[in-house]
Structure formats: C-alpha cells, structure tokens
Design a protein around this ligand. Structure first.
Ligand code: FAD
Ligand code: NAP
Length: 334
C-alpha cells in the first residue's frame, strides 16, 4: 500500500496541512474506470477543496476531478440543455452562460469550487439555488464501477443539502452535470443587496450580466478571498426554526433578524447569532471568525483542522447557551 506521502495543503482553501496516500487527477470517465480496476481503497473525491475542513491525515487515495467540457446538447427557442464536466470551475460556467445569453445562475457568480460539487450541497446565494436549473447528472459508483444518471427528483435537494451529502455520501463520483438554462431569463433581484447595488450603478433595466456583476461586486466587498485569508465561506448553515423559537428569542432580543421559510418555519442568519453571542472577529490562536463576516471561519496562518473544529465548537456552545439553537456545520469535515 502507498504510504501517506502526498500533501493536501494546496488542495483545500482553508490551507489545512495533512497527508493522503496520493492525489490522482482524473480527466475523463475512462480515467476513473482505470483507477477503479487498480482496487485502490478507500477513495475520496476532491474538487476545489472550498467546502471541506481537513482535520487529520487521510488514509485514502484522493481523486481530483479534472473532467472538463461545456457543451449545448439540446435546445429549443426557450431553453438550452448544457452538459458540463464536473471538473469545470463553477464561476467560469457562470461567465460562459452569460456570454451565451443563457440565464439562471447569474446570482451564483463567484462561488468557488467545481461544478461536480454544486449538486452536493445544492449551492445557493442571493435567493437562487442550483436546483432551479438542474436537469440531471452522471455519476460513477466507486464500488460497483457502474454509471448512473440522477434526475432532479432523485437528488433530494434541500437547503444546502442533497442525497450526496446524506444517504449516498462518498458512494459516487459525479462526472457531468446537465443544466437547463433559459434563453428568456427572469431575473431574481429580490435580495436587498442586489437591488441596492443596481440602483447605485444606475442600472434601470438589468441584464443577466448586470446582475452577475452586482453580485461579484457585493461579494468582493464582503467576503474574504481564500487566496489571501484561507477560509471555506460560511462555516455553519443558517438555522431554520419554528416561529415559536423565533418569538421566544424576540422577547429578549427584539432586533433578531429572520426570513420566512413557510407558514411555520423561519430562517435566522447564523451570522447574526454568532455576532450577538459575541464571536464576531474573535481569534482563538490562528482560528478566527472574520472581522467583517461572523459566519466565515478563517485560518490566520497555521491553525490545524482540530483547532478550527474546537473553535467551531466554542461558537456552537456559546450560541446554544445564549439562543437555544445548535448551529450545524455546512462544511464537510474530513
Ligand atoms: P470540495 O470542497 O472539493 O468538495 C466538497 C464535497 O463535495 C466533498 O465532500 C467532496 O468529496 C465532494 N465532491 C466534490 N466534487 C465531487 C464530485 N465530482 N463527485 C462527488 N463528490 C464530490 N457555497 C454556497 O452554496 N454558496 C455560496 O455563496 C458560497 N460561497 C462561498 C464563498 C467562499 C469564499 C468560499 C470559500 C466557499 C463558498 N461556498 C459557497 C462553499 C463552496 O464554494 C461550495 O460548496 C462549492 O460547491 C464547493 O466546491 P468544491 O469543488 O470546492 O468542493
Ligand atoms: P447577507 O446578505 O448578509 O444575508 C444574511 C443571511 O440572511 C444570508 O445568509 C441569507 O440566507 C439571509 N437573507 C438575506 N436576505 C434574504 C432574503 N431577502 N430572503 C431570504 N433570506 C435572506 O448574506 P451574505 O453572508 O452576505 O451572503 C450573501 C449570499 O451569498 C447568501 O445567499 C449566502 O447564502 C451566500 N453565501 C454563501 C456562502 C457559503 O459558503 N455557503 C458564503 C458566502 C455567501 P441564505 O444564506 O439562505 O441566502
């Protein structure tokens, strides 16, 4: 068996230092099948490494998805069905759709990572989730070596959730994702920050390009760039709680922010809870919450995965003590 000799620090945006048996790039489905016949176990998959926290050496062979290609495979007057290699960069796909006049993911501009990871947690931002344009995906079963197509109803998409994060976690490598983009896009500028940015820029009749640029500007002004301060974006999910829970928090904290999910449930921004529990900008060794964004845990240099995790636990306990809500990590803990 190969010793633990490959370093993972350059393969994750939190810049966690850890070893694995080897990192094996795969450029095609055939490359995946070639790896499977070698019976290397266990296998793990990595894309851009922007949604994982590595806490220990990985006793595994890691497939780095490099499967490329963006191709219109079907179209009519209204829509285009586009097949995308799972190793394509997500933001480059967004730019590609805009240059082809195809709408649907302009609000998801500048999200780091690869297309193959987008269905994993059903990436979302500014009121849009990838499931709204998702058609199907192809995956290879890492044990059986068979290919399988998952349609939307198979994926059990939810709020930053899917079947791939739950029931079939680690079972498949996603090789291609098919998206149905619109030739007559309906813009979604309902999130306040987008409208505000468009007004600032005096854009009266926005295009998909205007929306993407507004999103890019907002994100660049708020979020730490992982190349400068290592991070994995939002560390925790925004909790969705019953209205009764919100009402009981409101008694003590009338300024609590919330957004309706349905008649019975509301979403409370985790950033608000962390900030009001006193953790915004707090540093714990080299692990910290970002000074401008309490939900983003950052590595100021040499934090280890376990240090990040114990800092995350301090935040979870503090928020739970104050508000009675246990935050759940959004990142995948390795
Ligand atoms: P990785 O971190 O490499 O992998 C994540 C998980 O998916 C791992 O468990 C991995 O095994 C699995 N996986 C990856 N590729 C495959 C594949 N082909 N087949 C099977 N399993 C696979 N997320 C949002 O939803 N919205 C945002 O707005 C957002 N903003 C962010 C901003 C910043 C600054 C950062 C750092 C992160 C942000 N994220 C956001 C989180 C992250 O970018 C997304 O979750 C992204 O989809 C992760 O892609 P990745 O390729 O880096 O995945
Ligand atoms: P924000 O605009 O400061 O808003 C804080 C939170 O409130 C967000 O998380 C968002 O929930 C919610 N929210 C705001 N306006 C809303 C509305 N009109 N309706 C419903 N919910 C609303 O958020 P931000 O941190 O700067 O992020 C902006 C967007 O990018 C958000 O959608 C966020 O999810 C996404 N983002 C995600 C990550 C990640 O790693 N997952 C990292 C950075 C940014 P939602 O998160 O449910 O949208």
């Amino acid at each position: 068996m190969t010793p633990l000799r490959s370093e993972l620090r350059d393969f994750n945006t939190m810049r966690m230092q850890a070893k694995c048996r080897s990192v094996i790039p795969v450029f095609s489905e055939q490359d995946v099948f070639d790896v499977l016949v070698q019976e290397l176990h266990p296998l793990k998959i990595i894309g851009g490494g922007s949604n994982i926290l590595i806490t220990k050496d990985q006793d595994a062979y890691i497939l780095k998805n490099e499967i490329k290609g963006i191709e219109i495979i079907d179209e009519d007057g209204d829509n285009a069905l586009v097949k995308v290699g799972a190793g394509e960069n997500w933001h480059l796909l967004v730019l590609w759709t805009i240059s082809h006049g195809l709408g649907g993911i302009e609000n998801l501009a500048l999200i780091p990572g690869c297309v193959g990871a987008a269905p994993m947690q059903n990436i979302g931002a500014y009121g849009v989730e990838q499931e709204s344009v998702f058609h199907s995906l192809q995956a290879i079963d890492l044990v059986e070596g068979t290919t399988k197509t998952f349609y939307k109803e198979d994926c059990k998409f939810g709020y930053r959730e899917s079947i791939f994060k739950n029931e079939v976690k680690g079972k498949y490598i996603i090789t291609h994702v098919n998206y149905l983009f619109s030739k007559h896009p309906k813009l979604n500028t309902s999130y306040g920050a987008i409208n505000q940015k468009l007004q600032e820029k005096q854009v009266d009749n926005p295009t998909i390009e205007d929306v993407a640029h507004a999103v890019i500007e907002i994100r660049q002004s708020k979020l730490p760039d992982p190349k400068i301060i290592p991070n994995t974006g939002s560390f925790f999910k925004n909790p969705v709680v019953g209205i009764d829970v919100l009402e009981s928090i409101k008694v003590r904290f009338p300024s609590v922010v919330s957004y309706p999910v349905d008649e019975k449930m509301v979403k409370i921004p985790a950033a608000w809870l962390i900030q009001h529990a006193g953790y915004k900008g707090m540093r714990h060794g080299d692990a910290a919450t970002h000074e401008n964004h309490a939900l983003v845990l950052v590595n100021h240099g040499n934090a280890t995965g376990n240090e990040m995790l114990s800092f995350a636990e301090i935040i979870q306990n503090g928020v739970e003590d104050k508000f009675g809500i246990r935050l759940v990590p959004e990142v995948n803990i390795w």
